[in-house]
Design a protein around this ligand. Structure first.
Ligand SMILES: Nc1ncnc2[nH]cnc12
Ligand SMILES: [Zn+2]
Length: 339
């Protein structure tokens, strides 16, 4: 563990989007796949949201067995732990497993093996939130919610339900039955909204899904009443500044509303979304929050605390992780002591 690392926690990282180009290239060699369409040098190639999702799907297609997914999760979590991350909530998408013939069960078991191996080696805690992909349509997301509710007991690391994908397609209302099933199954709820479309999608998410967290939510900044509503409700935003700039949700960091939300009392967390696709890491997000957005060390610690408070974990785990953050706040130069 490097010295004097501020404890970090993330609530928003898509596991397939965490594969580095180097790991993707190794997988491509293993399966004899030509990657020249989507990897050049050490970078993924895409230019807008649509081509990003296309590249992302091609990378996901390079992971085909439970062992591949175990390696992906363990590699990513070990990297997170190396810079002081104590908790990571991975967004996992069984649609990607199914696309290469890997059933959801085997997909989740592979990921869980990697998560447990990383915890064994470093103490990093992690959980999985199941993604329904919006652009695959309401029926598909509903099927995913039903299956997730059924699989809960077999996969104790699955604790949440989410919808990602192309927010420009269909209406939030079309997906309400899926979220109702997930809520009834006691899964934590979060939903991508206010990233590719405006504040109305955040308002719809609050009205119809009633999630405790929103993925991105940044375009809510265009509506002052909505920002007040987020603050009053205590809804936690999973803010991903590097992703927002890479996907041109905002032209530059000066236009990004992170600090406006904080000043308005909205609860925010820092996240990397799909780190290598957006040339970022969680460490870089924390670093940038300090150097570009001007957040103090106390504010960064508060951000980690908010993430742990909003994490989809059992109360015992939450208390233990909050204890780690508290000890670091008391001892400003101490590295996080993982259990
Ligand atoms: N930034 C993002 N927005 C919506 N869906 C995604 N899936 C992976 N990354 C995403
Ligand atoms: Zn996302």
């Amino acid at each position: 563990m490097p010295k004097a690392e501020l404890p970090k926690a993330e609530l928003h990282c898509h596991i397939e989007g965490a594969a580095t180009p180097a790991l993707a290239l190794e997988q491509a060699r293993k399966y004899g796949v030509d990657t020249s369409r989507f990897i050049r040098g050490n970078a993924y190639m895409w230019e807008d949201f649509t081509s990003f999702i296309a590249a992302y799907d091609l990378v996901a297609g390079l992971f085909r067995t439970p062992e591949d997914y175990a390696r992906l999760a363990e590699t990513y979590l070990l990297e997170l732990a190396s810079f002081g991350t104590i908790y990571s909530e991975l967004f996992v998408s069984p649609d990607h497993g199914e696309a290469v013939g890997l059933p959801a069960d085997a997909y989740l078991e592979g990921l869980a093996a990697g998560m447990l191996a990383a915890r064994e080696k470093t103490g990093i805690e992690s959980r999985m939130t199941i993604i329904g992909e919006r652009h695959l349509g309401p029926e598909n997301v509903l099927r995913r919610a039903r299956e997730t509710a059924r699989h809960l007991h077999r996969h104790p690391l699955v604790t949440g339900f989410n919808m990602a994908g192309d927010e420009r397609m269909n209406r939030v209302a079309d997906y309400v039955p899926a979220f109702d099933i997930a809520r009834d199954a006691d899964l934590g709820l979060t939903i991508h909204a206010g990233e590719l479309t405006g504040p109305q999608s955040v308002a719809d998410a609050l009205d119809l899904v009633r999630p405790s967290r929103i993925g991105h939510g940044v375009r809510a900044a265009e509506d002052a009443d909505l920002v007040r509503r987020l603050a009053d409700l205590g809804t936690v935003l999973e803010v991903c500044p590097g992703s927002n700039i890479a996907l041109q949700v905002f032209p530059d960091y000066e236009s990004h509303p992170l600090t406006d939300f904080i000043e308005a009392g909205v609860r925010v967390t820092l996240n990397a979304d799909d780190p290598p696709f957006f040339h970022t890491t969680l460490a870089m997000e924390y670093e940038r929050a300090e150097t570009v957005f001007g957040l103090s060390r106390e504010r960064l610690l508060a951000t980690t605390r908010t993430a742990i408070e909003a994490a989809f974990v059992d109360e015992e785990t939450r208390a233990r992780l909050l204890g780690t953050v508290r000890r670091c706040a008391d001892e400003p130069l101490a590295a996080p002591r993982l259990p």
